[in-house]
Structure formats: structure tokens, C-alpha cells
Design a protein around this ligand. Structure first.
Ligand SMILES: *Cc1c(COP(=O)(O)O)cnc(C)c1O
Length: 385
């Protein structure tokens, strides 16, 4: 199990300078939102071509605010993918709107844009695509669809920090873009996120939603007004300081992840019957390296045999429409066959920038025996059935 050389499926890379800088913030007397948050926002904005950026305590909060900014509420529909972290669909329900799922493209495992048009109704207000594993959704097609149907786009780019579409960094283009700095994401602030906005007016409204709707009267120190029931989504300077320590490594982290992906592809035993991800070194940030196990394999057996070999494997994600919450909305098995197969068979193999080449070889070596046991368990199961 968790031996000293256990290889987790992911692990943040925080350098000593960042650890020291966090200590300075803690000693400074100002630990919540302040100068570090403003600096973090400024550096993010520079990365995203000068677009306004507001830091958040989570990407979930950023998406809730994005929906509020787009005036999405009861009676509205938002189209999204069934294969994502459940935050993607939860935020729509929390806004009082309906999350409408569309199946995935089995090649990209992202929302199948060819199926979106058929799901659009007079109530549809927005598209909420997800760049699963850091592989960007086709932005040209996405925005062509959105403009043809006059829809807002809220990009759930939680996983695609540092990825690009056609050479333009995710976040630098588009409508509202939400990015996560959760501990497992490519750039982290422990917890945190940001929203990329269209203009300063929208950014000011975003600030109101971020913190209790409270605004100062002009430049006066005296008096304030509250214009809307905002939430509590501000980032701390402690977290922003961690994020600032990560940004200089973004290009190197992304490059290293790409190298590790290449090694997986080069070493992978193709006779095992697994389905590998789309091989896109130009655009993906390789947030995760996910393979689909053969249908005959029992995934829990595979995961526990890998753990026995000292290797952590994740599941990202079971198809959301099969969760109780969404079944209550009328969804059920058979609705989205590609999403369901991905949800049943996907495993995330170790992928993080501090991994050594030899770690990939270790994963590859462990996979054969683990998969054979998982398939044997499946054979027993199907004989019993
Ligand atoms: C991580 C993640 C989120 C949520 O981000 P938080 O910062 O944890 O709120 C949303 N969507 C996707 C696709 C994610 O991977």
C-alpha cells in the first residue's frame, strides 16, 4: 500500500522559494485578499492577452458567478458534457437552471459538438464545455455554434491551464472562462480558481458577486452600498502567493507533462486492449493521462492490483447523468453510450511534472499483470451472471 515509494496519480510541485514566500505573507499581517491577489490577477491577465481576470476561492465559485453574470436562472437550460467533475453540472442546478447533457465524442472524450445543435431549445441560454484532461474543445466550432444560436459560453477550463487552441492559450479568447487552481490541477494555489471576463464592466460586476455585493461609495472611506446578494468567493493572499510561485513554471510543467505522455505512448503495451487518449502534443496540457480499460476488465480489481504494486490510479469521472441527482431529472442508463463507456472504464495513470521517466516504465510494467487479473475477475463475474 502507501509505501515510501508509492507513486500517486498526481502530486503538486511547490518549490522552496514559494514556501518561503508564503511564510512572508503569514508574517506580513495581511493574509486574506490583498496585494498578492492583485498581483496574481495581473500576471494571469498578462498570460491571457490582457483580458480582465478575477481570482476566486474555487473554480466552482467562478462558474457560479459566470452563470450569474450571464443572467442564467430558473427556466433556463445550459448544455454540457456528462463526463466531468460534478461541479460542472451542480453549478447549473444551483443557479436554478437545468443542466442538459449531450454525449461525448469517443475520440476526444469531450462534448460532441456535432450533437449540440439537436439539444438546443428556446430555453437554452449557454454552452458549458469542459476540456477533459486538458485537451481543448474545438473553440472554432464551439463559438460558431454559440454565435449562430446567440448563446453565452462558459468554458469550464478547470483542467486546461496552459493548454491552447490553435496556438492561442485557453483563457486568452472566448467568452467567460473558468480555471481551477485546486491542488491536483496543473497550476495550484492549494484551493482557488479564476474567472476570465470580457471587459472591465463585467469584471466589476464579478467583484460584487465575489464578495457580498458590497461596493465602496466612490473613493470615500466612509459608506458603502450593496446592490446584489453576492457570495463569498474571494481568494486569500496566502493562496495567491502559492499561485504566484507556480506561474513561472507553467511552460516547463506543460512541456514535462508532454514528454511523459510521449513516453506512455512509446512504451504502452498495445496488446492489452486499452484505448489510449488522443495524441495531441500541440494543444493539450496533459492534465491527466487517461486510458480506457477493455470492457471485460473489472476496474476496482485493476485499481487495487496497481495499488499493491505501489501505483496510484484515479477515476475521472463516472458519467454524471447516472448519479441519483440527475436520474431524478429524468436521465438514465443508455442515454449517452459513449459517456457511459468512458465513465465505466476510464483510469487516470500517474501524471505530474516531478515524475521520472522510470516512473512511467514502472506503471507500464505493473499494468499487464494488473489488467490480466482484472480481466480474469470479469470472466468469473460474467459466468456467475
Ligand atoms: C477541478 C474541476 C472543477 C472544480 O474546480 P474547484 O476549483 O475545485 O472548484 C470543475 N470542473 C472541472 C472539470 C474540474 O476538473
Amino acid at each position: 500500500m502507501a509505501t515510501s515509494n508509492f507513486l500517486p496519480f498526481t502530486r503538486p510541485a511547490i518549490d522552496e522559494a514559494t514556501i518561503a514566500a508564503v511564510g512572508e505573507v503569514l508574517r506580513s499581517g495581511w493574509i486574506t485578499s490583498g496585494p498578492k491577489v492583485r498581483e496574481f490577477e495581473a500576471q494571469l491577465s498578462a498570460l491571457f492577452g490582457g483580458r480582465p481576470v478575477r481570482a476566486m476561492s474555487s473554480a466552482t465559485g467562478a462558474m457560479e458567478i459566470a452563470l450569474a453574470l450571464a443572467n442564467i436562472g430558473p427556466g433556463d437550460e445550459v448544455i454540457t458534457t456528462p463526463v466531468s467533475w460534478v461541479a460542472t453540472a451542480n453549478v447549473v442546478l444551483r443557479a436554478g437552471a437545468r443542466s442538459v447533457f449531450v454525449d461525448c465524442d469517443p475520440r476526444t472524450r469531450n462534448i460532441d459538438l456535432a450533437l449540440v445543435e439537436a439539444a438546443i431549445t428556446p430555453r437554452t441560454r449557454a454552452l458549458l464545455p469542459v476540456d477533459l484532461a486538458g485537451l481543448p474543445v474545438d473553440r472554432d466550432r464551439l463559438y460558431a455554434l454559440a454565435s449562430a444560436h446567440r448563446l453565452r459560453v462558459i468554458e469550464d477550463a478547470a483542467q486546461s491551464m496552459g493548454a491552447n487552441w490553435g496556438g492561442r492559450m485557453v483563457g486568452a479568447t472566448g467568452d467567460l472562462v473558468s480555471i481551477s487552481f485546486h491542488a491536483n490541477k496543473n497550476i495550484t494555489s492549494a484551493e482557488g480558481g479564476c474567472l476570465v471576463l470580457n471587459d472591465e464592466d463585467e469584471a466589476r460586476r464579478c467583484e460584487l458577486w465575489r464578495l457580498q455585493g458590497a461596493a465602496k461609495h466612490g473613493d470615500s472611506w466612509d459608506g458603502m452600498d450593496v446592490t446584489l446578494a453576492g457570495g463569498k468567493h474571494n481568494l486569500t493572499d496566502i493562496a495567491a502567493c502559492i499561485g504566484l510561485g507556480q506561474l513561472p513554471h507553467l511552460a516547463a510543467f506543460t512541456a514535462r507533462r508532454g514528454e511523459l505522455a510521449r513516453r506512455y505512448f512509446a512504451r504502452f503495451d498495445r496488446t492489452l486492449g486499452c484505448e489510449l487518449p488522443l495524441e495531441d502534443y500541440a494543444q493539450s496540457n496533459w492534465h491527466m493521462f487517461q486510458v480506457l480499460l477493455p470492457e471485460a476488465a473489472v476496474r476496482t480489481v485493476f485499481i487495487s492490483r496497481m495499488r499493491d504494486a505501489g501505483i496510484g490510479v484515479g477515476v475521472h469521472y463516472p458519467a454524471m447523468h447516472l448519479f441519483t441527482l440527475f436520474r431524478k431529472l429524468g436521465y438514465g442508463p443508455g442515454d449517452f453510450p459513449h459517456a457511459e463507456r468512458i465513465g465505466r472504464s476510464t483510469v487516470s495513470l500517474p501524471m505530474f511534472p516531478a515524475m521520472a521517466d522510470g516512473d512511467i516504465d514502472r506503471v507500464i510494467a505493473a499494468m499487464g499483470p494488473a489488467l490480466h487479473e482484472a480481466i480474469a475477475a470479469g470472466t468469473v463475474r460474467s459466468k456467475r451472471a
